[in-house]
Design a protein around this ligand. Structure first.
Ligand code: AMP
Length: 218
């Protein structure tokens, strides 16, 4: 059973790696960022609340984020494993996840931290474009779609996320260093932390992550 967390700064490639891993392990991809964006698109009250934080690059309050993750992890499709991408992002969330995992009998058994240099993060985020319909990520130089501005997967329109502008990105990076990076120690002490190099390309990252997961869950 693989109950996985992908950890790492914004732009490290969590979303891209997540999409590959869920295809291999056939487990649900739980991205709190995607859940918030979906709620914004559908005009839900959760979306209105989340948008006020997300657009500025700030974190959505813990109690809100923890609530949606608790609800999602209790769904039947998480019984045979799940992959968390973008959660937890604070120590409060990590402690809550610990409780949720034991309450549901679905505890985390592997945390993969994707390391990436700050220069590379800035390059990736400033060139990132995302499909409005299915969320597939692209890069204007290194991961171009076949037709400019159009998603290869679903034909949706590609756009730049509001929180990928330089100003918002710097705020997000600040939250990462202050609130999320301390999770590395939290999970190291629990013996769950593994690291991969996020600068080596999608295929190598996938191989490295698979090796770790297969080793832990065999
Ligand atoms: P992401 O797609 O993971 O980069 O998330 C986009 C934005 O959603 C973040 O910059 C936050 O504003 C918000 N968000 C996503 N996950 C969390 C979380 N675990 N805690 C607080 N805010 C979050």
């Amino acid at each position: 059973m693989s109950n996985i967390i992908l950890l790492g700064p914004p732009g490290a490639g969590k979303g891209t790696l997540a999409k590959q891993l869920i295809a291999v392990y056939k487990i649900p991809h739980i991205s709190t960022g995607d859940m918030f964006r979906e709620a914004i698109k559908n005009g839900e009250p959760l979306g209105r609340l989340a948008a006020s934080y997300i657009n500025e690059g700030h974190l959505v309050p813990d109690e809100v984020t923890i609530g949606i993750v608790r609800e999602r992890l209790s769904q039947p499709d998480c019984a045979n494993g799940y992959l968390l991408d973008g959660f937890p992002r604070t120590l409060v969330q990590a402690a809550a996840l610990d409780t949720i995992g034991s309450d549901l009998g679905r505890p985390i058994n592997v945390v993969i931290n994707i390391a990436c240099s700050e220069n590379e993060l800035v390059r990736r985020i400033s060139g990132r474009r995302v499909c409005r319909k299915c969320g597939t990520p692209y890069h204007i130089e290194t991961m171009k779609p076949k037709v400019e501005g159009v998603c290869d997967v679903c034909g949706g329109e590609l756009f730049q996320r509001k929180d990928d502008t330089k100003e918002s990105f710097l705020v997000r990076l600040g939250h990462y260093y202050n609130e999320t990076k301390p999770l590395e120690n939290f999970y190291k002490e629990l013996g769950l932390l593994h690291e991969i190099d996020g600068g080596t390309g999608v295929q190598k990252s996938l191989k490295a992550a698979q090796k770790i997961i297969d080793e832990v869950t065999k």
